[in-house]
Ligand binder design. Sequence first.
Ligand SMILES: *Cc1c(COP(=O)(O)O)cnc(C)c1O
Length: 417
Amino acid sequence: MSSAKEMYINQMGIDEKVYDFSEEILSGLKERFEAIDKTAECNQMKVIAAMQKNKVAEMHLSGTTGYGYNDDGRDTLEQVYADIFHTEAALVRPQIMCGTHALNIALSANLRPGDELLSPVGKPYDTMDEIIGIRPSKGSLAEYGVSYRQVDLLENGDFDYDGIRAAINDRTKLVTIQRSKGYASRPTLSVKKIGELISFIKGIKPEVICMVDNCYGEFVELTEPSDVGADMVVGSLIKNPGGGLAPCGGYIAGTKECVEQAAFRLSSPGLGKEVGATLGVNQSFYQGLFLSPTVVAGALKGAIFAANAYEKLGYRVIPDGKESRHDIIQAVELRTPEALIAFCKGIQSAAPVDSFVTPEPWAMPGYDSDVIMAAGAFVQGSSIELSADGPLREPYSAYFQGGLTWYHAKYGIMMSM
Ligand SMILES: *Cc1c(COP(=O)(O)O)cnc(C)c1O
């Protein structure tokens, strides 16, 4: 026995059959893993180049208190983000509490009463329902007189171009495009497809703001939606771009106008980007961003390994084992609540933190059915760390993502099996 195999079997709770099966699956994935490493290498250079161009210095790693005036570390980091996303500006703040908050800021900042929001890619992520007012909520866009229209994807996953053309009207102010599938069974959109969609929409109404919910997509490809026409890209720092080190936060990168609107909404009219103490987070924001391309690569390897392993075991997996990747999420349709819960327990038991606890389904705020989540993370709820979750509803899909290192992702998947 090789020593790794001995460790897995004797110390880590892996069955020999699971180990051998996993090695067999992995032997077929070498070329794909090499391609992932190549993308990570290019994205690593993109991050380093942006840091060098902006002369990131040791003094930027410390933070401010109080109002946070003249926080050079914060302002420089925002310029680094803007350069990575090739946008005019960016807002990268610990005061942005999560991805949902970032999206809410981006939308509510750039929409006014009487405007209409359009989603041309079907129903957005669950937590957007209450922001938009699809499910009534205090303070929703609907309450402020912003209407909403949605055009679903066609049966085959393509854009419904006729439906989109018909939905765009005088009031259409902002189009929200979700890159990752979230808790839906549709394919994740490639940056290329997002670009085609944006070109089509701008061809009909050039002044419309195109926003992309970029959650889980950052650094998966060589380009980002902002390279293909998006006016705003929005995401969470406890997902990809925080690299596992950011303890909280979110970002909005985009045109100067969109980002300024967002800054005024986040802080206050008149204050905008000038305020916002970073306390002690600057270092972890920079360092996490620096690590993000390799962390994302490890997470992608985990997703592809899980897809191929579970596909071989007879489960439907989305994306399938062969498909190209545009985010780090892997869905496995486990078909029964028991199997979904067991899968999450396996992931939990592989964690470095809280490996001994048992995940249970519960009614999480913002979601319309019970959700089970497995995470033994250094940062609460961080889903760039190895985690699995799924709503307790048909077809009982586990959405699996993350892994700060590929070896941890591999171990988690073996434990889930
Ligand atoms: C995670 C996610 C969100 C919301 O982010 P939170 O940080 O959980 O609030 C929104 N959209 C998509 C596609 C996501 O994956």
